[in-house]
Design a protein around this ligand. Structure first.
Ligand code: MN
Length: 228
């Protein structure tokens, strides 16, 4: 069974609202599952691609985000497995904590590997289909040969040249919003911090995340107040 030891050792769950999670039992004889892409406004903005496998989410930090252009090869740093519970997570990790900054669910759906994903992972070449709101069609994840002294596990994320490819387009600019709340990462962070400031309830336990409707209202209000 996959392990979340590395995931847990990096985080203090008294300080971050991220789920501590559990490695779920992997589904026997079933490859693929859910996928999610978190836009993560950490010290450096990046997009975390997560693919369900064997009860956890395989994760890559895609520094410049996914591209629908097959000529664009995007660096994807393989990072620690995340719990399945992490998939719907949106929130702000406090400054100074691991990954400090805000996250939104930029896209979600299901993924279908072309071959046994465990074998593909070992080989360092995963061909798969995405069925999301924003991302569709075939994709490739290809592991790079480590250079001397390279500590990171670097891969490339590349769109396959198929019917879902859109050369020259920038999906990150065209569709920047959360598929859950409709807000950009900046808007949802702003709305959340306002909500916390205006709340008169004692803040015990985990921070309460406002409902999507509320967030949209707050963001719209803040947008119209800054427009002159
Ligand atoms: Mn991240």
């Amino acid at each position: 069974m996959a392990s979340l030891e590395q995931y847990r050792s990096k985080r203090d769950f008294k300080k971050t609202a991220e789920p501590a999670g559990k490695a779920a039992r992997g589904k026997k004889g079933k490859a693929g599952g859910i996928f999610v892409i978190h836009e993560h406004a950490a010290t450096r903005l990046h997009y975390d691609l997560r693919l369900e496998h064997d009860g956890v989410l395989w994760s890559w930090a895609v520094t410049r985000g996914p591209s629908l252009d097959p000529h664009e090869k995007r660096l994807a740093i393989h990072v620690e497995d995340h719990p399945i519970d992490y998939a719907p997570f949106e929130g702000t990790i406090p400054k100074g904590e691991y990954g400090g900054g805000s996250l939104i669910v930029w896209d979600e759906g299901t993924w279908v590997p072309e071959i046994d994903p465990a074998k593909a992972m070992k080989k360092g070449h995963i061909d798969f289909e995405l069925k999301g709101h924003k991302l569709h069609g075939l994709w490739h994840l290809v592991r790079l040969k480590p250079r001397a002294g390279e500590k990171r596990d670097n891969w490339l994320l590349i769109k396959s040249d198929d019917a879902a490819a859109r050369p020259g387009e920038d999906i990150l600019k065209e569709a920047p919003e959360s598929v859950k709340s409709g807000l950009t990462v900046e808007e949802s962070a702003r709305a959340r911090s306002r909500k916390v400031r205006h709340s008169n309830k004692p803040t015990t336990g985990k921070a309460k995340v406002p409902a999507a409707g509320q967030l949209e209202f707050i963001a719209r209000a803040s947008r119209s107040s800054t427009r002159r």
